[in-house]
Design a protein around this ligand. Sequence first.
Ligand SMILES: O=C(COP(=O)(O)O)[C@H](O)[C@H](O)COP(=O)(O)O
Length: 330
Amino acid sequence: MEIPAKVLEIAEGIKTMRIRGAGRIARAAAEALKIAAENYKGPNDPGEFRKYMSRIANLVISTRPTAVSLPNAVIYVMYNLGKASGNVEELKRIVVSTAEKFIEESLNAVKKIGMIGARRIKDNAVVLTHCHSTAAASVIITAYKMGKIVKVYSTETRPFYQGRITYKHLSEHGVPVTQIPDSAVRYIMNEVDQVVVGADTIASNGAVVNKIGTSQVALVAHEARVRVFVAAETYKFSPATLIGELVPIEFRPPTEIVPQEWIDKHRNVEVLNPAFDVTPPEYIDAIITEQGVIPPQSAILVLLERFGWALEKIKQGGLGKILFEETLEE
Ligand SMILES: O=C(COP(=O)(O)O)[C@H](O)[C@H](O)COP(=O)(O)O
């Protein structure tokens, strides 16, 4: 059966970063699974439906490698499909309702993070953020509305300039934002009271994978004794890291940095575009989740609570084991 055009459009949107940011990617993945189920027109055979859904799941997961929110969203839906029995109509309903539940919980989590995180922002604070994170923005906007924030420094976040999205997002809520180049972070850090950033993936040791440059921001903050907060929903914690798997770092096309003509002219120059980096737990003061604020060292507790059920399967065969067992094709 053909993959519905709308699902292909979402997959393409994630790949090309029209849909970007770990939370949005996760919600778009759940939406894609939902649309796929609603548009299934294959044989009236539960086995065929499961195979079809597994193709969609594989397609969605393959779009971007780093943010664990993406496979976690897919696991959330597909695991429930794997456990369910019934005819095609019943299985479709399971996919649709779990996808909707994931999206709703994800949006609620962002709001809760805003409320919980805002309590940690000092009065009259100058805050610095990097990239565009809806979770970090939720903390900043809530704290601003509480009258706590006087100014936000937002980095440009080269080469994709997500800082411009942050600028627009925060400005729309009245937050005074100053854009700075990424290279000005150390210069400006003396004026900053707190750093708030988002996360794509959090490892079991509390290391945070986020937009390239986050680790430099955290290092500079550490040097200046400025606190660093990471705002992240619990579906950004990576179950695979419980058994020591590394988080893959995405390398994006060099043309995001320099035009193709430049590359053609300078054939002897290699242009690298790593999209994410790893900030060690020592450089993070706290992680703000929808369940509360934790020190990064407690990441393992969040993982055991949220994904403890999957631990045996992960040990037996890694992440693929959970995704592919029963429901998905290898
Ligand atoms: O690194 C990025 C986005 O990278 P990209 O633009 O390459 O997707 C964001 O900080 C996190 O995804 C968290 O965002 P959110 O809090 O919105 O999930």
